[in-house]
Design a protein around this ligand. Structure first.
Ligand code: CUA
Length: 152
């Protein structure tokens, strides 16, 4: 009778050990997935809740988020209108090829890669107009690809 008890205990111990090992392996794996930048399907931006309607959204007292789509050969929305004396975080993605997002005359500059969302945060103060420049060669219309940011 004791032999059966020991056998049961051993099996229980082995199962517990397997459980621990499995848990240990799954834990970090899940964490890694959570840390990965979310990717986006550049051909399905119409169905994406952030980019189906490129726009500026107020998220705090003086805080705004701008969802911008770059595509051959322009930016949406155009112009991007943001209030003065605010902090604006731009989320930018591409509907086709690699573009650039450079706010002329500032150091705000991001590469815009299809399948990824670039993020830059900018503080804007006085009402002013900024030019927006694509600074990555993106095709025949690259040299005319530009937009505007209106700080109002
Ligand atoms: Cu878009 Cu160059």
């Amino acid at each position: 009778a004791y032999e059966k008890l020991w056998l049961a205990l051993s099996i229980g111990l082995i199962l517990a050990l397997i459980g621990t090992v499995t848990y240990g392996a799954v834990g970090p794996g899940v964490a890694m997935v959570a840390d990965t930048q979310p990717t986006i399907d550049p051909t399905a931006l119409d169905e994406d809740e952030r980019f189906s309607e490129p726009r500026v959204e107020q998220v705090g007292e003086n805080e705004y988020e701008a969802y911008v789509v770059a595509r051959q050969f322009g930016f949406q929305p155009d112009p991007i209108v943001v209030p003065a004396n605010s902090t604006v975080t731009f989320y930018i993605t591409s509907a086709d090829v690699i573009h650039g997002f450079e706010v002329a005359g500032t150091n705000a500059n991001a590469m815009v890669v299809p399948g990824e969302v670039s993020e830059i945060t900018v503080k804007v103060e006085e009402p002013q107009e900024y030019g927006l420049i694509c600074n990555e060669y993106c095709g025949a219309g690259h040299h005319v690809m530009e937009g505007k940011i209106h700080v109002v």
